[in-house]
Design a protein around this ligand. Structure first.
Ligand SMILES: Cc1ncc(COP(=O)(O)O)c(C=O)c1O
Length: 366
């Protein structure tokens, strides 16, 4: 029977965020106070006006509606290379070291397909972003939780600042990872989706600053968080030439480029005024401080991203908060076994909604 014949897709785990959204929507439909959702990470502020204007002006032209070059506009690659030089001190060859992605989530999938053969082993952070599990499963690979650089594998995902733990990379971590990759003849992916959102005076830390990093891996940079362009679907894979070549090859087969106007607006975002990036960062840091004050006495951390990761005190559960306090947070076990007993709270909501959520959390903690 064709309906029951096994297909690769069935290896996919449950999509954690889809399931979480469904649970929250069900709870929201029940009678009671309006639910406060601090579970999802969807940037609440869009891109700056000049980026929206660039999109509108571009889309009004008649020559932008056909297929754009499959591998992206050269000027967009140039723009991200210049930003990498200016902001992270990393020099990139825009032609051979930059691939344009329809969102970095796509790049997470593509990396697994480009880096390992079926049956290969990929190390993943635990707790870590659930889509890594999906990428490994679709590639027909096996995953193991990262537990130190002693264990070998064919590839590894890294993610700093981390979703969900909001931790930045410890000193020397990237260098050790590069050494590990050389030792194991393995590939690395560094997911830099929250790269610009770092707190307490930290400087953004590109993986490509580590010596030799571009010989063994790529970094994914997302327009979603730095510029509030999550719905626009635009990101980059930068670094290793062979992985960039493979990703572009895969995209030649699977996609037909990205709408030219979105790419042109991306150039406007990357090359225009950058104040909005700092405003966004400072806003999340201010909100992070408010949350840490509320959860004083509870183990909680956030060095960056727009999340706070905290340990649920005895007797408190995510379901209990949802049902009794009408407050949604993301339960930690969805990010891996080591996330059990912890939870992720999002700062990507309005100040008013965060205040309301924190009132409820304080009541639950009292
Ligand atoms: C850790 C991490 N990586 C990647 C992504 C995907 O970002 P993009 O919107 O660029 O696909 C997200 C989005 O939430 C994320 O949290």
């Amino acid at each position: 029977m064709r309906e029951t014949r096994p297909v690769r897709l069935e290896r996919l785990p449950e999509q954690y965020f889809t399931a979480l959204l469904a649970r929250v929507a069900m709870a929201a439909a029940l009678e009671g106070d309006p639910l406060v959702d601090l579970g999802r990470g969807n940037p609440e502020v869009g891109p700056p006006q000049h980026v929206i204007a660039a999109l509108a002006q571009s889309a009004a032209r008649s020559d932008v509606h056909g297929y754009a070059p499959f591998s992206g506009l050269p000027a967009l690659k140039q723009a991200i290379a210049e930003r990498y030089g200016a902001v992270y001190g990393v020099q990139l060859d825009p032609v051979r070291e930059v691939a344009v992605l329809p969102g970095t989530k796509t790049g997470l999938m593509e990396f697994a397909l480009c880096a390992v053969e079926s049956g290969g082993t990929i190390l993943l952070p635990d707790p870590g972003y659930p889509d890594y599990f999906s990428a490994v499963a679709l590639a027909g690979a096996r995953h193991e939780s990262f537990s130190g650089f002693e264990v070998g594998a064919d590839a590894m995902y890294l993610n700093f600042p981390s979703n969900p733990t909001a931790a930045c990379a410890p000193d020397g971590f990237f260098e050790e990872a590069v050494e590990w990759a050389h030792r194991n003849d393995a590939w690395l992916l560094h997911d830099f989706a929250y790269g610009d959102l770092v707190f307490d005076g930290r400087a953004p830390q590109s993986f490509l600053r580590a010596e030799g990093a571009r010989h063994v891996g790529i970094e994914l940079f997302s327009m979603s968080k730095s510029y509030g362009m999550a719905g626009w679907r635009l990101g980059f894979a930068v670094g290793n030439r062979e992985l960039v070549r493979r990703i572009e090859l895969l995209q030649d087969h699977a996609f037909a480029g990205i709408f030219r106007s979105v790419q042109e607006a991306g150039i406007a975002a990357l090359t225009g005024p950058q104040e909005s990036v700092e405003e966004r960062r400072a806003t999340y840091e201010r909100r992070r401080d408010r949350v840490l004050q509320t959860v004083q006495g509870v183990r909680a951390q956030s060095d960056g991203t727009f999340f706070v990761w905290f340990e649920l005190p005895d007797g408190m559960t995510a379901e209990g908060l949802l049902e009794e306090h009408r407050l949604a947070i993301a339960p930690g076990e969805g990010f891996g076994r080591r996330g059990e007993g912890w939870a992720r709270l999002s700062l990507a909501v309005t100040d008013d909604l965060l205040d309301l959520g924190l009132e409820r959390l304080a009541r639950a903690l009292a």
